[in-house]
Design a protein around this ligand. Structure first.
Ligand SMILES: NC(=O)c1ccc[n+]([C@@H]2O[C@H](COP(=O)([O-])OP(=O)(O)OC[C@H]3O[C@@H](n4cnc5c(N)ncnc54)[C@H](O)[C@@H]3O)[C@@H](O)[C@H]2O)c1
Length: 268
C-alpha cells in the first residue's frame, strides 16, 4: 500500500468498534499494517481494513493485564517486525455515580483499564517505538493516547472516569518529556461527544430507554459551539495526523476534538 504511513506498524487498542475501529481503518488507509487489540472480537475491523486493500490482524488483549499486553506486543513484533505507532484507545466509562456511592471495585477497574492500560502498553511497546527509525530526528515512534474532555474538566457523576482520563492527560505530558529527546512523540486526543455506543451502553437498554439516552446526549451536544455530536472518523483523522509526519513538531500536546465544548460555559 502507498500512503503517509506506508511501511509502518500500528497497534490500536480497543479497535473492535467505535473510535478505535475508525482509527485503525484510518491508519490502514494510509498504508500502516494494523494490530487490532481488544477484549472484544476484532474480526469485523480486520474485515473492513482488508476489504479496503489494507493489512491487519486482531488479537484478544485486556490492556489492564500486563501479561496479556506483553504477549500482544510480542505477537505484533513477531508478525510485522516492529511497532512504530501505539494508539491507546481502549476505555470504559464505569457508569454514573456520586463518589461516595461508587463501588471501590468499579473505581479500580476504570483506573486499571483507562490509565494503567495505556501505561502498560506504552511500557511494553516502548523498546520497539524507540527502535523505529534510524535517528531521533527521523524517528517514527509515536504514541497517541485517547483521553477525553472529562480529563481536562470535571463532569457530573463520573469520578473514576474523570480521574483516569486526567491521569492519561498528564501521563502523556510526562512520557513526552522523557521520550522526546529519544525520538518518540507522545500526544493525546480529548474527544467530546462522539456518536458511538460507548461500552455497549445503549445496546444494553430497551428501545425506549435507548431513545431517551440518545435524545439526552443529542441535547447536551447541541449546547456546545458546533452544536452536534461527532462521528468517530472525525476523531480518527486527528489520530492519523498525530501518528504521521505532518505533526512533526508536536509532542505532549493535548488536542481537544470536542466541537468547542471545553472552550465555554453551557449557556442553554
Ligand atoms: N464516545 C465518546 O463520546 C467518547 C468521548 C471521549 C472519550 N472517549 C474515549 O474514546 C475511547 C473509545 O471509546 P468509544 O466511544 O469508541 O467506546 P467503545 O465502547 O465503542 O469502544 C471501546 C473499545 O475498547 C474495548 N475495551 C474495553 N475494555 C478493554 C480492555 N480492558 N482491553 C482492551 N480493550 C478494551 C471495547 O471492547 C471496545 O471495543 C475510550 O477511551 C473512551 O474513553 C469516547
Amino acid at each position: 500500500m502507498t500512503g503517509r504511513l506506508a511501511g509502518r506498524v500500528a497497534v490500536v487498542t480497543g479497535a473492535a468498534g467505535g473510535i478505535g475501529r475508525a482509527i485503525a481503518t484510518g491508519l490502514a488507509a494510509e498504508g500502516a499494517r494494523v494490530v487490532v487489540a481488544d477484549v472484544a472480537d476484532g474480526t469485523g475491523t480486520v474485515a473492513v481494513i482488508e476489504q479496503a486493500g489494507g493489512e491487519a490482524f486482531c488479537l484478544s488483549c485486556d490492556v489492564a493485564h500486563d501479561g496479556q499486553v506483553q504477549a500482544m506486543v510480542a505477537t505484533a513484533v513477531e508478525t510485522y517486525g516492529g511497532i512504530d505507532v501505539l494508539v491507546n484507545n481502549a476505555g470504559i466509562s464505569g457508569g454514573s455515580s456520586l463518589a461516595h456511592e461508587l463501588e471501590v471495585e468499579v473505581w479500580a477497574r476504570v483506573l486499571a483499564v483507562n490509565l494503567t492500560g495505556p501505561f502498560l502498553c506504552a511500557r511494553a511497546a516502548m523498546p520497539y517505538l524507540l527502535a523505529s527509525g534510524p535517528h531521533p530526528d527521523r524517528s517514527r515512534g509515536r504514541v497517541v493516547n485517547v483521553a477525553s474532555t472529562y480529563g481536562v474538566i470535571g463532569a457530573p457523576l463520573a469520578p473514576a472516569y474523570c480521574a483516569s482520563k486526567g491521569g492519561v492527560v498528564n501521563l502523556t505530558r510526562q512520557l513526552a518529556v522523557d521520550y522526546g529527546p529519544l525520538g518518540v512523540r507522545v500526544n493525546a486526543i480529548c474527544p467530546g461527544y462522539i456518536d458511538t455506543d460507548m461500552g455497549g451502553y445503549r445496546a444494553g437498554l430497551g428501545p425506549a430507554a435507548a431513545a431517551v439516552a440518545n435524545a439526552r446526549r443529542e441535547s447536551a451536544a447541541a449546547l456546545q459551539p458546533l452544536g452536534r455530536q461527532a462521528q468517530a472518523d472525525e476523531v480518527a483523522r486527528v489520530a492519523v495526523f498525530l501518528a504521521g509526519d505532518d505533526s512533526s513538531f508536536m509532542t505532549g500536546s493535548i488536542v481537544t476534538v470536542d466541537g468547542g465544548c471545553t472552550t465555554t460555559f453551557n449557556h442553554g
